[in-house]
Design a protein around this ligand. Structure first.
Ligand code: ATP
Ligand code: MG
Length: 251
């Protein structure tokens, strides 16, 4: 695909995160729907070249469990520069939006679907691991669902360069960080497994599992400190099978 402002048109905004905005777009020559994530970056030409080189690696990622990456380019706009990252569009959205919608109808995601989520994310992680990539940002908003029910990981954290270029200060802290990460150790594959466990607890319970229900609200620092110290919460035995409780407890 040739991807630029003349070959694509923006259709709608899909969502906004801490560092970027995601739009649904259409590739005009083929009619193919795609998503772009726009992230504001510092204008720095040498850094940009390095960043594109790092991202170009993502084009070779080819797995049904990873959102397809089509390419990236820099754009100038009124308030500076952004990088546009073109990726596969997943029409059912992310698991955070899905579970919140189900919760608003007083429903819950069933264990069969939770199993399918776990299987898909683990298949994605196995693929990334074989290619020496650690995801670094597994969480419900980065687990996408296609119209045909496939579950895929997005927002791969391969690029240290991207983190360095993002024009914003509070980047890289996440509630889903494993205790060893919070304590400043390096990333390992097991950190992604921790984040998957937390994500499964969250979509099973319809809420982030820390702190326990009814506890006072904590600041991010207090919450991270708490995650390091307290035992991992379990799913309530009254509502879930022993298989899923054990599956999540094992990690
Ligand atoms: P954070 O910035 O903390 O990582 P986030 O993951 O929600 O949060 P973004 O990655 O900017 O932030 O994504 C914003 C929203 O856009 C997501 O929550 C998701 O619902 C939607 N989205 C992202 N990528 C796609 C895609 N490829 N197809 C469909 N929807 C998407
Ligand atoms: Mg995201």
């Amino acid at each position: 695909y040739i991807l630029n402002e003349t070959t694509t048109e923006i259709m709608s905004k899909l969502g906004e995160g801490a560092v970027g905005t995601v739009y649904k777009i259409r590739h005009i020559p083929t009619g193919k729907l795609m998503a772009i994530k726009s992230v504001d970056v510092y204008p720095d030409e040498t850094n940009h070249r390095q960043l594109l080189r790092e991202l170009s690696f993502l084009k070779y990622c080819n797995s049904p469990y990873i959102v397809k990456f089509y390419g990236a380019r820099f754009v100038n706009n009124e308030d500076g520069q952004s990088i546009y990252m073109y990726m596969e569009y997943c029409d059912a959205g992310s698991l955070d939006t899905i579970y919140k919608k189900i919760d608003s109808m007083n429903g819950r995601i069933g264990e069969g679907v939770l199993g399918k989520v776990a299987e898909s994310v683990l298949n994605g992680l196995v693929y990334l691991h074989k290619n020496k990539i650690i995801h670094r940002d597994i969480k419900p908003s980065n687990i996408l669902v296609t119209g045909s029910g496939q579950i895929k990981l997005c927002d791969l954290g391969v690029s240290g360069e991207l983190v360095d270029s993002i024009a914003q200060t509070f980047v890289g802290t996440s509630y889903y960080m494993a205790p060893e990460r919070i304590q400043g150790a390096g990333y390992a594959v097991t950190s992604d497994v921790w984040s998957l466990g937390l994500s499964l607890l969250e979509i099973a319970l319809n809420r982030f599992p820390f702190p326990p229900e009814g506890a006072p609200r904590l600041t991010i620092i207090e919450l991270l400190d708490y995650i390091v110290r307290v035992p991992i919460p379990s799913l309530p035995e009254s509502q879930f099978s022993s298989e899923i409780i054990n599956f999540i407890d094992i990690w």
